[in-house]
Design a protein around this ligand. Structure first.
Ligand code: PRP
Length: 211
């Protein structure tokens, strides 16, 4: 990778548009067609940047292995995956929370089961509270689990609360707040410090204007 070119892993999906908006507010003139493109590698030579469109859970992997210098990813993924990367900046976007969720008439059961996309987060949470639960890993539509009897509770992200409301579920305990973070590869952080610092400064200024 060239010395001053920054390769950045962008999460496809719900975070992407918010991250792109923040970059634009920070004065990085991202091409409009980047938003709807199916291309996975998008060079923006005039900014000395190259964007990799990644599945959000894979962003820390690309950054840890140094195939991208930087990445944007939710705190939920960072806590679950615990990769060896630097967390540089709280971007304050894609704000939501991790919560324990259940049916309104939930009662403790003898063999409690918790379904989640975040088995590490969920296991640690219940272990720390001295509660024995069986954690079942699912990959999406987690809210189905208590509705069809796979688990009595779930651990999942709540953003607007619409999914819960539409499925008759309630938030029982909030676990922690989530926002998207800018992360860096440890070597890139040192070798490309000037470009990384300049990007951080401009993003920080844009975040401050929003606050
Ligand atoms: C996430 C999360 C919840 C929902 C929360 O799912 O797992 O289901 O969004 O958002 P809300 O509070 O605004 O309704 P996502 O849309 O990422 O899809 P998934 O079910 O495949 O995980």
């Amino acid at each position: 990778m060239s010395e001053d070119l920054l390769r950045i892993a962008m999460p496809k999906g719900r975070i992407y548009k918010k991250a792109a908006a923040l970059f634009r507010e920070a004065g990085f003139d991202l091409p409009e067609d980047l938003d709807d493109s199916r291309k996975l590698i998008i060079p923006v030579p005039e900014l000395r940047m190259e964007f990799i469109m990644a599945k959000p859970v894979d962003v820390p992997t690309y950054v840890e292995y140094g195939v991208t210098d930087l990445g944007i990813v939710g705190k939920d993924v960072l806590v679950e995956d615990n990769r060896d990367v630097y967390e540089l900046l709280d971007l304050g976007i894609a704000r939501c929370r991790m919560s324990v969720i259940g049916l309104p008439d939930w009662k403790p059961t003898l063999h409690p089961r918790v379904a989640t996309k975040y088995p590490v987060v969920a296991s640690k949470y219940f272990r720390e509270r001295g509660q024995q639960v069986e954690v079942i890993k699912l990959n999406g539509s987690i809210e189905l689990a208590p509705l069809i009897g796979l688990a009595d509770r779930i651990v999942d992200m709540v953003e607007t609360g619409t999914t819960l409301r539409e499925n008759g579920l309630v938030e029982m305990e909030k676990m922690f707040d989530i926002t998207s973070r800018l992360i860096a590869n440890r070597v890139s952080y040192r070798m490309k410090s000037e470009a990384v610092q300049s990007l951080c400064d401009r993003l920080s200024a844009a975040i401050a204007v929003r606050a």
